[in-house]
Design a protein around this ligand. Structure first.
Ligand code: HEM
Length: 334
């Protein structure tokens, strides 16, 4: 699968100048593969860890999966030329506006030896930054950034960042100390481990010199709580729908028909309204699929025809043979 950082960060150079950046992982060796609902139903009834098992076995055999890290970069401004807000996390940045630039590679070449220490206690979060990385004004990113480390202090423990799986590979010394399970107090050779303030005349830690100028974004605007003014909620969704292959659209409609079948009529209508705004054909096909399953105006009753039932292959949709996607549906709009 591809991976996406979704939110927008900033890269800041030594002069303190920032640009907007979005991260993407692109699989290098293997094609992107997805399961159809029918295949997933079959597999999951036998083995609910099939993806973990597949990854584990591939690594044991030396077939290491690889991803290229790519970034997209935009200047740090409003971008009025775009028909969406660049900080809206529901939007993809078109590649003709911000090309994908390869910057690195990740190879998964070792399985965890101790699952608890290396997986269960791993704590990934949006607030963990390295020098040169900064937050953008993306509102969703701010919410996530508070939430992840709070959760991890609760889930793993106050000093979760001291665990080897979470600690930075290059040691970063701070004056933070104590709390549950603390085992480490930072001190450089010859310095006093007893002083936890700075500046001190007693040999405590000294603040490191800055690696570059601070990033100082300038604003001449009101700070408000309101929705973004370029939501453009349906264009990229419609583009993605139209870029699908026929069988992919068939699968999508079949999945939606099955899942909306159990909803109240007014919810179904609202969803059909959204699909129609993305593409009239999209809305029409979901409506027809629901009608073919006996859903018209009323709410589904238990035992009614089609309640919770997925359309059989070839009925509304479905594809006999395949489940291989060569590219992600989400990127299809370009
Ligand atoms: C673009 C939107 C988001 C994405 C892509 C995302 C992605 C993820 C991922 C991949 C995980 C890890 C799941 C795992 O380890 O099994 C996670 C966990 C979590 N997410 Fe999000 N998330 C998003 C939005 C949010 C928001 C808005 C909040 C809260 C304001 C939030 C709070 C959390 C928390 C607290 C955890 C658990 C962290 C931990 O215990 O390690 N997420 N999220």
């Amino acid at each position: 699968m591809q991976g996406s950082g979704v939110n927008t960060y900033k890269w800041v150079n030594k002069e303190g100048v920032g640009v907007l950046v979005k991260y993407h992982w692109e699989p290098l060796k293997l094609p992107i593969r997805n399961l159809t609902q029918a295949d997933a139903d079959k597999i999951i009834s036998q083995n609910y860890s099939h993806a973990t098992q597949d990854l584990y076995e591939a690594i044991e055999k030396g077939e290491y999966p690889e991803w290229e890290l790519r970034v997209q970069i935009l200047s740090d401004d409003e971008h009025p030329e775009l028909d969406f807000d660049p900080l809206d996390p529901t939007k993809l940045w078109p590649e003709d506006v911000a090309p994908m630039l390869p910057v690195g590679k990740m190879v998964l070449d070792r399985n965890p030896v101790n699952y608890f220490a290396e997986v269960e206690q791993a704590a990934f979060g949006t607030g963990v930054l390295v020098d040169g990385l900064d937050f953008s004004d993306d509102k969703l990113l701010q919410g996530r950034t508070f939430s992840y480390s709070d959760t991890q202090r609760h889930r793993v423990g106050t000093n979760y960042l001291q665990l080897p799986i979470n600690a930075p590979k290059t040691h970063v010394a701070t004056n933070q100390r104590d709390g549950q399970m603390a085992y480490n107090v930072d001190a450089a050779p010859g310095q006093s481990p007893h002083v936890n303030y700075e500046p001190s005349s007693l040999g405590g830690l000294k603040e490191a010199p800055k690696a570059g100028k601070d990033h100082e974004p300038a604003y001449n605007a009101k700070l408000v709580r309101q929705k973004i003014d370029r939501p453009n909620d349906f264009k990229q969704a419609g583009d993605t729908y139209r870029a699908f292959e026929d069988w992919e659209r068939d699968e999508l409609i079949a999945n939606l028909v099955a899942n909306l079948g159990i909803c109240k009529a007014d919810i179904r209508e609202r969803m059909i309204g959204y699909f129609t705004q993305a593409d009239p054909d999209y809305g029409r096909r979901v409506r027809e699929g629901l009608e073919a399953n006996g859903m018209q105006n009323g709410n589904p009753a238990r035992g009614s025809r089609g309640f919770g039932r997925r359309p059989r292959r070839g009925e509304e949709a479905g594809r006999e043979d395949g489940r291989v996607l060569t590219r992600s549906p989400a990127r299809r709009h370009e």
